[in-house]
Write a protein that binds this ligand. Structure first.
Ligand SMILES: Nc1ncnc2c1ncn2[C@@H]1O[C@H](COP(=O)(O)OP(=O)(O)OP(=O)(O)O)[C@@H](O)[C@H]1O
Length: 760
């Protein structure tokens, strides 16, 4: 470090003094004056009073300990922080994250200001690097684009004036850009508890494990010259933070860690679980509808006249709930408030949303037109919109001023099947309640079935141990590591597995991973080795890797394609059986059966589009529809192919807002005709209808229509070796895909990087 800060003990006023100072100095963002209070009922309609929301002082959790001032930092860096004192969690972490360079992991409640810990780590590294910081690189990894974009905008503003360049890399980024994040000094990861997520979790785990492995190899090869990489990870409160610290170990041992429980949340959160009866004859869908009619009372009881965010499991559910509330409750607003809402409404494209907005109710989901979504977000952010119904797109770390968060139904739809929310998802949604700059207290209400009420009560109070999910996708990740050269022989594969979180947890909870509890450490290690070898053999059996007798491993062309496009092993197995004689219909049916498309469902509003495409004489159409999914895929293929063959532009629907058609068919109450035929929708993160996603997945280069493309994947001698423009698997949002051969590579993931402005 270039600057030695004075010893911490000389610098901190006692907490009581600090609290006083903070109350006087900090001006939290103030929502401009609206909150819902359903106050009285007149006939069927409840009357509501909406008082203006007053600015709240920042409430700081405390004890006899002291808060640390931002003035501890060299003056040059203070502008990064928009407050005079670090909060309790940050003050506790400061010594580890700022005054040492050890790997660090923090487990702290949502809204406790964990992003600041990343900023402190960056500043420390800057202080250790001489200017100009042209070689300095920090990489921030997050599982969704919205989180990354938020951080990107924030850091561009904060670190730009210091001479740092900020760059956002996502699954859409050109591969070459990913080379820029090689040789990073710091890897910042949030939220690390995502490792237990079945899809995104494994990707995070392998990216971090890969970086660890590469870091160790580099240090061995070049003990003096190699850039040493620091890991800083944050997570919501989890009980086994020490396992994460063990996983993020370095040559000095486990990472240092900070474990702060829910009591250290800067904004106190009241958690309420409400159970509602659901008869055996009632479908999930009908149950969800009945909850709409409870909403007005819940908002009246718990919102304390402040903004409410309601999480719904589907887009249609969000729209229907909003429509019911707009009909059921009336919000009393000042003239000025109404005028502000009217101003937003005038710019809203969707007529239903526009009508609701003037009544103080809005909805937000990935199917809503982008410009409408932005308007709704700012109306809510400004405190002008009393109630916002949304899908969980808004749940990941986005700061919104919700005093009350309601989770309407705990059942979500994944790949067309009902599933209860994971604890991590729930915590993220609940974490939107009571953000420090907006509130001093908050409430989260979970609406679930009577029989699951106890489960959620204990989930809210207890905490789930974080396990690895890597064993579920080990074969794909092993292949990726081989493509990236992290693994080039069997021994390296075993070293790599020892660097994973899977290894840490398998030793502690072997049963979870299918191993006998009687096994000792050595026994579990050999089981993990067996698992590794079994998967390597599976890859080799269909030509995805080549293993020689000296245990050396090399990748092959199909193996590279599998890794580049995140194709599942099972899909590659299906592709390996292609003989080259298949027609378009056979191939689209094959592709539609692949795991990657398993969450694609035909939506009610898409049937018409499908029929229109089938009737179009200018397009090649496959009539033989074996199931809805292949029907959709066929339509997508035909659309792309027809466009190529006849110079017809692809269907206008591919460019239109997916939400607009859908909205016009919804908003009805229970029992509407529309309800029964509606297929559930996949969980959403990107604004594409299933048709669009299929359409995007199709190659659209004239040289590679679908049949050629698929046949080119077949490991047959007739396969032509040529560049193919391959599908973008948008629904698969990974931290990283193994595109470029580097430790820091990531092609389907989401990352923001900070690097010195002069960096090439
Ligand atoms: N010391 C502080 N004083 C005042 N406000 C702060 C302080 N630290 C952070 N904040 C504000 O608190 C809000 C929450 O911070 P942040 O998003 O980093 O929390 P988090 O712990 O990462 O939350 P989540 O886990 O939900 O993503 C931000 O708006 C931030 O500006």
């Amino acid at each position: 470090m270039t600057t030695a800060p004075p010893p911490p003990s000389q610098r901190h006023p006692p907490l009581s003094t600090v609290r006083q100072t903070v109350r006087q100095t900090v001006h939290p963002v103030s929502p401009s004056g609206s909150a819902l209070h359903v106050a009285a009922e007149t006939g069927d309609t409840k009357r509501a009073f909406v008082p203006p929301m007053t600015p709240q002082p920042l409430c700081i959790q405390g004890s006899s300990e002291v808060l640390r001032p931002v003035s501890e930092l060299p003056s040059k860096f203070r502008s990064v922080f928009e407050f005079p004192y670090f909060n309790y969690v940050q003050s506790k972490a400061l010594d580890d994250v700022f005054y040492t360079g050890r790997n660090f992991v923090a487990s702290a409640p949502t809204g406790s200001g964990k992003t600041v810990l990343f900023e402190l780590a960056i500043i420390r590294q800057l202080m250790e690097t001489s200017e100009p910081w042209s070689d300095f690189k920090a990489v921030y990894m997050a599982p969704i684009k919205a989180l990354c974009s938020q951080c990107f905008e924030n850091w561009k503003r904060k670190f730009g004036p210091l001479g740092l360049k900020c760059k956002e890399l996502t699954g859409d980024t050109e591969i070459d850009d990913f080379f820029e994040i090689q040789d990073s000094h710091i890897i910042l990861t949030t939220p690390v508890h995502v490792v237990k997520d079945t899809t995104r979790g494994a990707t995070l785990e392998v990216v971090v494990s890969r970086m660890k492995t590469v870091n160790v190899y580099r240090a061995v090869q070049n003990p003096k010259g190699a850039v040493s990489m620091r890991f800083v990870a944050v997570s919501a409160t989890i009980p086994n933070i020490t396992d994460i610290a063990d996983w993020l170990c370095d040559t000095n041992g486990s990472a240092t860690y900070l474990n702060m429980d829910e009591s250290h949340r800067p904004v106190k959160l009241r958690k309420v679980v409400l159970g509602f009866p659901c008869s055996s004859s009632q479908t999930e869908f009908k149950f969800d509808l009945t909850l709409n009619y409870k909403m007005a009372n819940i908002i009246q009881t718990y919102s304390e006249h402040k903004p409410t965010l309601v999480f719904c499991t589907t887009r249609k559910g969000a729209q229907q709930s909003a429509a019911v509330l707009a009909k059921d409750a009336r919000f009393l607003m000042t003239i000025e408030h109404k005028q502000r809402l009217m101003k937003y409404a005038n710019s809203i494209l969707d007529s239903k949303l526009r009508d609701m907005l003037v009544l103080g109710v809005g909805y937000h989901h990935a199917g809503v037109d982008l410009s409408d979504r932005k308007l709704i977000e700012s109306a809510f952010l400004e405190g002008d919109l009393p109630v916002l119904f949304t899908t969980r797109t808004l749940a990941m770390g986005v700061n919104l001023p919700a005093h009350l968060v309601v989770i309407k139904s705990t059942t979500t739809y994944v790949a067309g099947a009902c599933e209860e929310y994971s604890e991590a998802d729930l915590l993220q949604m609940i974490g939107r309640a009571g953000r420090p700059q907006f509130d001093t207290s908050a409430t989260a209400v979970i609406m679930t079935k009577l029989e699951t009420k106890d489960k959620y009560l204990s989930l809210m109070n207890g905490m789930e141990i974080i396990e690895s999910s890597l064993h579920g996708n080990l074969v794909e990740h092993l292949n990726a590591e081989i493509v990236l050269h992290t693994i080039s022989d069997v021994n390296m594969a075993l070293d790599w597995i020892r660097s994973t979180f899977l290894y840490i947890r398998a030793l502690k909870n072997p049963k979870h991973y299918g191993f006998s509890t009687d096994l000792d450490r050595q026994g579990i290690e050999s089981k993990l080795q067996e698992l590794c070898l079994k998967n390597l053999n599976a890859l080799s059996s269909i030509g995805l890797i080549h293993m020689d007798e000296d245990i050396n491993i090399k990748t092959t062309e199909p193996g590279r394609l599998m890794a580049r496009y995140c194709v599942a092993f099972e899909t590659m197995k299906q592709f390996s059986q292609i003989t080259g004689t298949e027609n378009l219909s056979d191939l689209t049916t094959l592709v539609s059966k692949s795991k990657e498309f398993s969450d694609i469902q035909l939506r009610t509003n898409e049937k018409r589009l499908l029929n229109t495409l089938n009737r179009d004489k200018n397009r090649t159409t496959i009539r033989e529809e074996r199931d809805r999914r292949s029907g959709l895929l066929n339509a997508a293929c035909s659309d792309a192919q027809g466009a190529l063959a006849h110079g017809v532009p692809p269907s206008a629907h591919t460019a239109a807002s997916p939400g607009s058609a859908e909205m016009s068919g919804s908003g009805s109450g229970p029992g509407s005709d529309d309800d029964e035929g509606e297929l559930v929708e996949p969980c959403e993160e990107d604004a594409q209808s299933s048709y669009q996603r299929m359409r995007m997945a199709m190659p659209v280069q004239p040289a590679s229509p679908p049949v050629d493309y698929l046949q080119s994947l077949a490991p047959s001698p007739r396969r032509r070796r040529r560049e193919v423009v391959a599908p973008r698997m948008e629904p698969l949002l990974h931290y990283a895909s193994p595109s470029p051969p580097s430790a820091g590579s990531s092609s389907h993931g989401t990352a923001s990087g900070l690097c010195g402005a002069k960096n090439p």
